[in-house]
Design a protein around this ligand. Structure first.
Ligand code: PEP
Ligand code: MN
Length: 337
C-alpha cells in the first residue's frame, strides 16, 4: 500500500503514521518529495485491519499497489530514479555508456582500455575480477588483485568502476574498490546475495536472469530495495530462447515494458545478448532508439587473446566510432550522450 500524505502534513503527523505502521509489524519506506511525502507500507497488510491508515491525521489517501513488487513500482514513485555515481547521473537525460573488458587481465591492459574508451565518451569502466564461468576449469578472475587494477584505472582516468560480486563474503573487499556492484544474470535469484547488497549503500546493477520473466526481474530488484538500498539499476542482457544464431535473444521490448512498470534506470548490454562483435552496434543503436538509459559494451584491445568473451568484444577504435553514431540516435530521441 502507498500512503500519500497531505501537502501540509506536519512532521509529528508523519512520525505518528510511521509509528503505527511499525507497531503493526510492517516496514515503512518514506519518500520525501518536494510537494508531498509518500510512504510505502511493506509487509502483511492484514495487520492494519483494525487501524486503517487512511483515517490517521495527515493522510490524504491510501492506495493499494496491485503489482507483486512495491518499492520498484511506478505506483510508488512516479518520477524516474536518477542515481549519482561520482557525478555521473544514471537515469537522467544523458545516456550513460559503461565499457571495458569482460574480465580484468593485466594492470596495463585495463588502464590502456580505460583511457581509450574514455576518449570515445564512455563514462563508467567495467571489468570482472570474479567471473561466473560455466566451467570450473575456465579463468575465474584475478580476485582482489583485479579489484586493485580497477581502482588504479579509476585513479588514472577518473572513470567510476563497476564489477561483479559473486559471494556476499566478498562485500567488504568489494566495497573498498567498486563504485557500482554488479549482480550477474546467473545470480539474479540468489536472494541472500540480493539482501546483502541491499543492506549496504553502493549502487547495484542487477542483470536479468537467463530465463527470468520481467516480473521475476522486478521482484529480484524489490529484494534489494526492500533491504534498504534504493539505488538499483536494471540491465537487460538477453534471454535464452530457441534461437541459436545469437548467444541470447535481446529483449528490446523489455525497455518500454520496464519503463511503464518501474521508475528504475534501464541499461542494455548488447554484448552478452548477441555474443558477436559485428552484431553489437545495430543492437546498441536499437536500444537507444527504444529508450534505454544506458549501455554496457565489452571492449578489448586484443579480442583474440582475451581471457573470456573475446568473440563479442569491440576494438577501442570501433567502439569510439560507434559512440559517434550513437550520439545521432540519442539526439533523435531527445537525449544526449
Ligand atoms: C558480465 O557482464 O560480466 C557477465 C558475466 O554478464 P551476465 O551476468 O549478463 O552473463
Ligand atoms: Mn563477458
Amino acid at each position: 500500500m502507498v500512503i500519500i500524505l497531505k501537502p501540509r502534513a506536519s512532521e509529528q503527523e508523519r512520525e505518528h503514521i510511521i509509528k503505527v505502521i511499525k507497531d503493526a509489524g510492517l516496514s515503512p519506506h518514506v519518500l520525501l518529495g518536494e510537494e508531498r511525502t509518500v510512504i510505502a507500507v511493506i509487509g502483511d497488510e492484514r495487520a492494519l485491519q483494525k487501524q486503517p491508515l487512511s483515517a490517521l491525521p495527515g493522510v490524504e489517501k491510501a492506495i493499494p499497489i496491485l503489482s507483486p513488487y512495491k518499492l520498484v513500482s511506478r505506483d510508488f514513485k512516479k518520477e524516474n530514479t536518477v542515481i549519482d555515481v561520482r557525478g555521473i547521473k544514471i537515469g537522467g537525460e544523458r545516456i550513460v555508456v559503461i565499457a571495458g573488458p569482460c574480465s580484468v587481465e593485466t594492470n596495463h591492459l585495463l588502464s590502456s582500455i580505460a583511457a581509450e574508451i574514455k576518449k570515445g565518451g564512455a563514462s563508467i569502466l567495467r571489468g570482472g575480477a570474479f567471473k561466473p564461468r560455466s566451467s570450473p576449469y575456465s579463468f575465474q578472475g584475478l580476485g582482489e588483485e583485479g579489484l586493485e587494477y580497477l581502482s588504479e584505472a579509476r585513479r588514472l582516468t577518473g572513470l567510476p568502476i563497476i564489477t561483479e560480486i559473486l559471494d556476499p563474503r566478498d562485500l567488504p573487499m568489494m566495497a573498498k574498490h567498486a563504485d557500482i556492484l554488479q549482480i550477474g544474470a546467473r545470480n539474479m535469484q540468489n536472494f541472500r546475495l540480493l539482501a546483502e547488497v541491499g543492506a549496504q549503500d553502493k549502487p547495484v546493477m542487477l542483470k536479468r536472469g537467463l530465463s527470468a520473466t520481467i516480473k521475476e526481474f522486478l521482484l529480484s530488484a524489490e529484494y534489494i530495495m526492500a533491504a534498504g538500498n534504493a539505488n538499483v539499476i536494471l540491465c537487460e542482457r538477453g534471454i535464452r530462447t530457441f534461437e541459436t544464431a545469437t548467444r541470447n535473444t535481446l529483449d528490446l521490448s523489455a525497455i518500454p515494458v520496464l519503463r511503464k512498470r518501474t521508475h528504475l534506470p534501464i541499461i542494455i548490454d548488447p554484448s552478452h545478448a548477441v555474443g558477436q562483435t559485428d552484431l553489437v552496434p545495430p543492437m546498441a543503436k536499437a536500444a537507444i532508439a527504444a529508450g534505454a538509459d544506458g549501455l554496457m559494451i565489452e571492449v578489448h584491445s586484443n579480442p583474440e587473446e582475451a581471457f573470456c568473451d573475446g568473440e563479442q568484444a569491440m576494438l577501442p577504435k570501433d567502439f569510439n566510432q560507434l559512440m559517434d553514431e550513437l550520439r545521432k540516435i540519442a539526439a533523435a530521441v531527445g537525449r544526449t550522450l
